[in-house]
Design a protein. Sequence first.
Length: 318
Amino acid sequence: MVEQVKLKTPFLQRNQKNYSNPDLNTKSAVFTSKGQTMLSYRHSFHAGNHADVLKHIVLMLILENLSLKEKGFYYLDTHSGVGRYRLSSNESEKTGEYKEGIGRLWERTDLPEEVARYVDLIKKLNYGGKELRYYAGSPMIAAQLLRSQDRALLTELHPSDFPLLRNNFKEFKNITTKSENGFQQLKATLPPKERRGLVLIDPPYELKEDYDLVVKAIEEGYKRFATGTYAIWYPVVLRQQTKRIFKGLEATGIRKILKIELAVRPDSDQRGMTASGMVVINPPWQLEQQMKAILPYLTQTLVPEGTGSWTVEWIVPE
């Protein structure tokens, strides 16, 4: 039996990142009969923040590269959320994180070409960009870039989010939504029949074992689909936990692992996410240079206080 319980502890009501507690990241949770917390994270509190900006630019660039060839490709999004977010919602307004993310790019006239294309994708959801009202999750970014010969699988386990995800994508004939464990889909659906594709692994890291599950999922997927591209999003809350992913991936023996990271302030032992990044396995050859060109602009624009920094480096080279 699963019981849904609202958490109303003081530290969960602060206007801070839910990532600040590595074990429990949200305003509400689902508890099993054994008292285990799960399925608590709601991305609606964070949609459009600086981490989303980085993640979705990288996602866009990879999908654009896959589209250069006529042959179709497969896109798997393991932790899809709802796909689209209303920025005037109570959750979004409570944190206001989008104002320091997509909000700082919305009316800029000096956007680098790649960043301009990303902002245009968001403007398509906002009636041409007159007003910033909605933000696209990863599934909606991908949906705008998929062609008729491409297909996608979107998975989401949260009982409140999945019905919204299913409804948001019910008109897309080449997109399937499932209320299933996203990590398990790497074993269940790879290799894809197209033999080309991208897997986005974007867990909330609300449980410590998520850091290890990411590595295990990559191992399972790579054994079946070694030529695929894998993109892993990660938060930097405690740097040692993030390093678990890097060390775990190194230990797999997989080559061509690129790290892309944007920090809004230096590492700290205080509560709150100080940085986020994307680990990309088998990245498109242009991605390294594209991000090195973009990140100085993003750092300056998203972090005008001057506390930001960025990194593009190989965890494991070719």
